[in-house]
Design a protein around this ligand. Sequence first.
Ligand code: MN
Length: 486
Amino acid sequence: MTYEELKTKILKANPRANIQLLDNCHLIADEIHSTQKRLSGDPYMSHALEVANILSELKMDSSTISAGLLHDVLEDSSMTFEELKEKIGEEVATLVEGVTKLTFKAKPEKEIRQADNFRKILLAMSKDIRVIVVKLADRLHNMRTLQYLSEAKRRENAEETLHIYAPLAHRLGVGRIKWELEDLSMKYLFPAEYEEIGDKIAVKRAQREKLVEEAKTLLETKLKENNINASILGRAKHFYSIFQKMKRLNKDFEEIYDITALRIVVSTLEECYIVLGVIHAIFKPIPGQFDDYIAMPKTNRYQSLHTNVIGPNGLPLEIQIRTKEMNETAEFGVAAHWYYKEGGQRDKKSENKIEWLRHLIEWMTEVKDSKEFMDLLKMDLFGDEVFVFTPKGDVFSLPAGASAVDFAYAVHSSLGDKIMGAKINNKMSPIRTELKTGDIVEIITSSGSKPNPDWLKFVRTNKAKQKIRHFLKMKEEEEEKKGRKG
Ligand code: MN
């Protein structure tokens, strides 16, 4: 893809795109990468263009696409962040810097590494989610061109992709990237199974295509009778999802019956259910194979109706029904957010962002499997918040303005009751110091320390307030008792 081709595509998708910014960024990237080549032999710039192209297909805004063009320049040249900022402005330069700094460790099997990866994701997210989207686009193009790497590198990258990037894409709801990352990883990690599924799908392709066509024609007529305007698409199932299903159900390929799939996209929510009724009137539903993700969306906001039916000629058929909007959420996830924002002001506090952060935190806690941790996090999540870490990499969410005392109580009440001092980013600091996102806080305790009424003037969390009041009340009662005795 040439830059001119990319530009035409971007302008077609979004006539308001900031072409001057894109031109500028392209010029800088082109100059820096001019002498570099990829292992494929292609000029390095081809990678930058493809990453930008993936971002434009996700309908990201001009700043993010520009960051895609420039995403490797800080790593691959002596140019500094300040110099880049000077040339293209703070917004894109900050995105590029974020992408450069965000690196993950492969095979996060050890809890500490897992925590480290999540901490980086969370930090990048709380600053600007677009950094993660660029990172995903970068990884996707690298996975598409993985064949040029050594066998060992291929495996390492595929494992990292399957363990970190695909789940991340899933949690952010970017289905389009998730599926492709999974299939590409599978190709290198389970080559025999990948080939086998590919072969088996190919064998009955003609039969399945015929089935899809027949079902489509039938449904189109019926939906027209009901005055419903729908687009009906045949849908290729992804190899990795078939593979997962075979493993999960311990079944052979032949026993997986929903290989053939249709998607029906309509305008309104009501129409989704009307379409469902129409389908079940024509085709016999398979019992226990219906899911209503519209009434009960998945945590990544995915919405759709799923039903499995006996289609034409007695062959099973999987059908998804959703609105255009739900379809966009399913394909683009968090990325869909910026599509509508181009040209307008970016709302940093948007509910959307908080919601994605919440999902990521839920993901973290699923992995860490600690309910108490989750309860603590939920506490003050909807206000302005800061994310603070223990020296071990556990993250705590606190309201803005929270102090080391709030943090100590959030970790454990005994820590709060005995706090004597705090090391913030390795520096001894007063316990009333306001914490910032990314701070690493170590609480110093002493058996002689106890809560002070003055703390109530600066603590922000309910937990800290309650615990301090509780302690003071106990002390008062104790003194009263003593007073009566004496
Ligand atoms: Mn790259």
